[in-house]
Design a protein around this ligand. Structure first.
Ligand code: ZN
Ligand code: ZN
Length: 351
């Protein structure tokens, strides 16, 4: 089928309306109308080819809420009318050890990403959720739980799972002492989720002005990283720190904040880490680690948890034709905390 979308034709061009082709339904496919799509920093990076390898046109979007419109002949999980969600992956090998353990994001043969990734069967470049319709394998389509607000749930699919997966992996529970560095799309979800899991949450930030925002999101404390007295007093006081800062930065001030056996997990910056100092790691079995999104089952668990505990991202709803302005504002950090596109503002394909 042909459908409408918004995409970039080159690394230099703005996003514009275009027509794309969605594949015919395979046996286990689900076709959906996209209702809402979140706007992630990686959308901007891939449109601009910041990470290399972008194949144009790039149609971004991997925080997708949709309504099922059709299913393949052997698809069993969904029926037309069901509310569903799609995150950052649409396929993986399904037979390696990582896939078998539900960690498809670490598939040995690499998962197929929702956009700008070659499809495993026909090799065509995938197109994401800035589009009227999407077709995906049912195993990678998630069920929207009852009671979860569809207009606000989209950012759970990337910002949410990216922070939830390390919280879960490192065993955060009631009373765990969790620090969150940075308060953007990822950071605000890390605060909400850690608080929802019963942790004692501290926002670690350079700007005192963010302390009030963090308290409203559920953080009990704020630590101003430019205050040397406060930083000294906070040494050895965290079990886990989620570092959401999306650019290269100095980790040396943060690692000593961990208690013995604590871990600092990087989920924002993908690239150089600057100079390191092994002393706090060696002298306290502290870890510096990284983590990327989360598995399919884990993402379903997160959607269910968000519905149960009424945890929702703070979203600013925009029209599809406001996307270029939204990218510019996102670059300036001028969003609290995630843009979500109301996809009903994108006209559908001509009949
Ligand atoms: Zn993302
Ligand atoms: Zn695999």
């Amino acid at each position: 089928m042909k459908t409408t979308a918004y995409g970039a034709q080159t690394a230099e061009s703005a996003l514009k309306p275009l027509e794309i082709e969605r594949r015919d339904l395979r046996d286990n496919d689900v076709e959906m109308e996209v209702l809402y799509c979140g706007v992630c920093h990686s959308d901007l990076h891939q449109v601009r080819d910041d990470w290399g390898g972008s194949v144009y046109p790039v149609v971004p979007g991997h925080e997708i809420i949709g309504r099922v419109t059709a299913t393949g002949p052997k698809a069993k999980k969904y029926k037309p009318g069901d509310l569903v969600a799609v995150g950052c992956m649409v396929d993986s090998c399904q037979h390696c050890d990582q896939c078998e353990e539900g960690d498809e994001q670490y598939c040995r043969e690499r998962p197929t990403l929702t956009y700008n990734s070659p499809d495993r069967i026909d090799g065509r470049n995938t197109h994401g959720g800035y589009s009227k319709h999407l077709v995906a394998r049912e195993d990678f389509v998630l069920r929207m739980p009852e009671g979860l607000d569809a207009s606000r749930a989209a950012p759970i699919l990337c910002a949410g799972i990216t922070t939830y997966s390390p919280l879960r992996h490192w065993g955060v529970k009631k009373g765990s002492r969790v620090g969150v560095i940075g308060l953007g799309g990822l950071g605000h979800m890390a605060v909400k989720l850690a608080a929802g899991m019963g942790a004692e949450v501290t926002l670690i930030t350079r700007s005192a002005s963010k302390a009030k925002d963090a308290a409203e999101l559920g953080a009990q404390h704020s630590l101003i990283s430019t205050d040397p007295v406060a930083m000294e007093a906070a040494k050895n006081s965290f079990d886990l720190i989620i570092d959401t800062v999306p650019v290269e930065h100095d980790l040396k001030p943060y690692v000593p904040l961990l208690d013995i056996n604590g871990a600092l997990v990087m989920v924002g910056q993908i690239g150089p880490m600057g100079e390191m100092d092994s002393v706090p790691m060696v002298m306290g079995r502290r870890q510096i680690a990284g983590s990327v999104i989360g598995g399919i089952e884990e993402t379903q668990e997160l959607l269910d948890l968000c519905a149960e505990k009424n945890i929702l991202p703070d979203c600013e709803i925009i029209r599809m034709d406001e996307i270029n302005e939204a990218f510019a504002r996102m670059e300036r950090g001028d969003v609290h905390y995630r843009f979500v596109i109301d996809m009903s503002t994108l006209p559908g394909p001509r009949a």
